[in-house]
Design a protein around this ligand. Structure first.
Ligand SMILES: *Cc1c(COP(=O)(O)O)cnc(C)c1O
Length: 430
């Protein structure tokens, strides 16, 4: 029997009697203020479930594999595992998290074009056989340490070549070379993976990527490999509009190149799509500077009028900012303000006093006081799980919730407390 404090356990508050996420936030702000704490996260697991329903109804022919690095909260892994979603793991630690949730190693793919030898051995020992690979050095490492490996060759796409500073994946020509080398080394190749970033608006990129993938399938079959998995990667923002747009771009191509009867299994790696909207972060204002005090003789037309320091920054929950994502504008917690207050140009900073720690350069906010709270939505894929790794700041606590109607939806999807053994549902939390 696992204890309540065990890492795997997820205590989930059921929102009954019309209670909303806002009520939960209000309650925790009150508690946190009493305890002099300064940041917390509220997770709506219903939103995660709703994203799965959206995926299943829009792209039923594409099986999702969730990249654990987006958010490895135990409740997220537990629910996605129970829904039959597969997992993409970048390293040994992620594989071990997923295996601890009783996911079959058959439902795990190890990503990364440069894996440590010890991680490859760990995958081999635990029966995780699907590995991504895009270069010969990696292929040789895998040949040495993983006798049952089944490779997905990572193909580069035009979108990556144009946008990314580092290109992953190999060209068609080097794919032929890799297939040849794999044949010689006796390593099995079973499919192709490519990535189209979410920022890529050009659906032609899918046309080229899928036709290239078809070429690699044909080459692989020439070498005698049984090519059976096509992984169309990530890049799903989470919006229904974008998902339908992607569906429109890929459906005719899949029908042409990988028809249902061909026996090819099509999968994708939606990460942000699943978790972004489920997590909301609340942070406290810990400092305030009025620009007129800083630039006494200047009129503050091109300076924000107020600088606010928040209890959490880029070396904590906003670590995603360092990796290039934009931070959504926050909302002011409603208990503090009335709707018709004047707004001022404001900039938001983390607590570190480091020049990198600017969160939002300019946004319009009513005048805040130290001790007020700001609410940041869509923080589920921001990397706050990993933040503790780069700073020794305490991780904000995560409070899991689900509404009664979403809990019914989950039960209809076949999830129940008997199968989700790490799930503890608090029935009268509020
Ligand atoms: C990070 C990552 C993803 C997730 O990308 P999103 O755009 O957030 O969905 C998918 N696959 C791999 C291998 C990743 O490292």
């Amino acid at each position: 029997m696992k204890g309540l404090t065990d890492e795997l356990n997820c205590v989930v508050e059921l929102l009954e009697g019309g209670a909303t996420l806002e009520d939960v936030i209000d309650n925790h702000i009150y508690e946190q203020a009493l305890a002099e704490k300064s940041a917390f996260v509220v997770a709506d697991l219903g939103a995660l479930m709703q994203q799965h329903v959206l995926w299943q109804s829009t792209l039923p022919m594409v099986r999702p594999f969730y990249p654990v690095k987006c958010n490895s909260s135990p409740a997220v892994i537990e629910i996605l595992a129970a829904l039959g979603v597969g997992f993409v793991c970048a390293n040994k630690a992620e594989v071990s998290v997923v295996l601890n949730h009783d996911v079959s190693p058959k439902n795990i793919i190890m990503s990364g074009v440069c894996k440590q030898q010890s991680h490859i051995k760990y995958a081999a020992k635990n029966g995780v056989n699907y590995l991504m690979c895009d270069n010969e050095a990696e292929l040789c490492k895998i040949a040495r340490s993983h006798p049952n490996a089944k490779l997905l060759l990572q193909l580069c796409t035009e979108a990556q070549t144009e946008e990314a500073s580092m290109v992953f994946g190999c060209s068609l020509k080097s794919c032929r070379h890799l297939l040849e080398a794999a044949k010689e080394l006796g390593v099995d190749v079973v499919g192709v993976v490519f990535q189209v970033p979410a920022t890529c608006k050009d659906s032609q990129v899918y046309a080229h990527a899928l036709s290239d993938a078809r070429c690699v399938f044909d080459m692989g079959e020439e070498f005698g490999f049984n090519m059976e998995i096509l992984d169309i990667g990530s890049g799903f923002s989470g919006s229904e509009f974008q998902l339908k747009h992607t569906l429109a771009a890929i459906r005719p191509l899949l029908e042409d190149y990988f028809p249902v009867g061909s026996g090819v299994r099509v999968i994708a790696e939606p990460g942000t799509f699943y978790v972004s909207s489920s997590f909301t972060l609340a942070v406290n204002v810990i400092g305030k500077i009025a620009a007129k005090d800083l630039h006494a003789e200047l009129t503050p037309s091109d300076h924000p009028e107020f600088l606010y320091y928040l209890s959490d920054g880029v070396f904590g929950s906003f670590v995603g900012k360092l990796m290039g994502s934009t931070i959504p504008f926050p909302a002011v917690h409603k208990m503090s303000f009335t709707a018709d207050e004047p707004v001022f140009s404001s900039s938001l900073w983390g607590p570190s006093c480091d020049a990198l720690d600017q969160l939002v350069e300019h946004c319009l906010l009513p005048e805040l006081s130290v001790g007020d709270w700001l609410i940041f939505k869509n923080m589920g894929a921001s990397g706050h799980e990993e933040a503790a790794v780069i700073s020794d700041s305490e991780k904000p606590p995560v409070y899991y919730t689900i509404s009664t109607s979403d809990w019914f939806l989950m039960q209809e999807a076949g999830l129940c407390l008997d199968t989700m053994k790490n799930f503890l549902l608090l029935q009268d939390g509020l």
